[in-house]
Ligand binder design. Structure first.
Ligand SMILES: N[C@@H](CCC(=O)N[C@@H](CS)C(=O)NCC(=O)O)C(=O)O
Length: 292
């Protein structure tokens, strides 16, 4: 795990030098030299502590108790999520992360992007699970809160920052926006979330990746057949009328995924038209996966 200066200081204050070293070594997976370097960096005199001690006792027999975690970590979490900071933990090509980047851009909210590497399963490591217990991106630190679930994040942004609205004023139009959002966020994306999670038991290892791509493609195509009809009914320039809404925020990343999955988009002319119009706009272009 990433151990920063705050964590080391908390360890020392809480536990004194010996326990600090023990817990630190545990956090660092037993990497003695890394622990030593970190302590030296923090101005902690390490030689006496290491002498004759680290050899046998450096691995904690028990996992760290949640109470101990809490004692070490709150400052770090608070530090990472101060009132005046907006930090997005996301992945460039993740469609759910891109939704949030687009909304932040449309609302003119500057943010710091902290990349999470899905290929190395960083979203499942202990540190990230404390940010999002679902082990998925995105997570957004804003107003001192850690928010997860991209649609919940979009709704929060809309409610807390009503300028540049992304939901229409009319009740009917709002429902049209939400049905598109829901179709994408619940009806399509979860089935094509390429993380190994959709592969049923029994598929041999060497076919897993191919299986997942075919499965994802099938769900995107199935979903796009319905979505094409919906957007045809409600669109003007964009998904619902001529104003940009949360439906557009969700559409563009999903079309991007469809292209990655080699879906033949000629069957969905309305989706292509709206997607192309949206990709003309800075908020969509400047947050594109290729730039993150
Ligand atoms: N409903 C969640 C879905 C999040 C999700 O599926 N994220 C994907 C990337 S778009 C992910 O983290 N995949 C890796 C995994 O599930 O381990 C949301 O909208 O935030």
């Amino acid at each position: 795990m990433y151990v920063d200066s705050d964590i080391i200081k908390n360890l020392q204050v809480k536990y004194g030098p010996m326990k600090q070293l023990k817990v630190l070594l545990h956090l660092l997976g037993g990497e003695k030299e890394v622990a030593r370097a970190k302590l030296v960096d923090e101005g902690v005199g390490v030689d006496r502590m290491f002498h004759g001690y680290v050899g046998d006792v450096f691995q904690l027999a028990e996992p760290i108790h949640p109470r101990v975690w809490k004692a070490i970590v709150p400052q770090k979490m608070a530090g990472a999520c101060k009132e005046d900071m907006v930090v997005l933990h996301g992945t460039g090509y993740s469609s759910c992360s891109w939704r949030v980047r687009i909304a932040l851009a449309l609302k003119g909210i500057p943010f710091k992007n902290v990349p999470v590497n899905l290929k190395t399963l960083s979203q499942k490591n202990e540190e990230f699970l404390r940010i999002n217990p679902m082990g998925q991106v995105p997570a957004l630190c804003i107003d001192g809160l850690v928010l997860t679930q991209s649609v919940a994040i979009l709704e929060y942004l809309e409610e807390s920052r009503p300028a540049h609205p992304l939901l229409p004023a009319g009740l009917r139009e709002r429902a049209l926006v939400r049905r598109i959002v829901e179709t994408i966020a619940s009806g399509i994306q979860p089935h094509q979330n390429f993380a190994g999670g959709t592969v049923p038991p029994g598929i041999p290892e060497k076919y897993k990746v191919a299986w997942e791509w075919e499965w994802g493609k099938m769900w995107i195509e199935k979903g796009f057949q319905g979505l094409e009809q919906m957007v045809k009914e409600s669109s003007g320039k964009y998904c619902v009328g001529d104003a940009i809404t949360l439906a557009d925020v969700c559409l563009v990343p999903q079309v991007y995924n469809a292209k990655v999955a080699k879906v033949d988009m000629t069957a969905y002319p309305t989706l292509v038209k709206v997607n192309d119009a949206l990709l003309e706009l800075d908020a969509f272009r400047d947050t594109h996966p290729s730039l993150y």
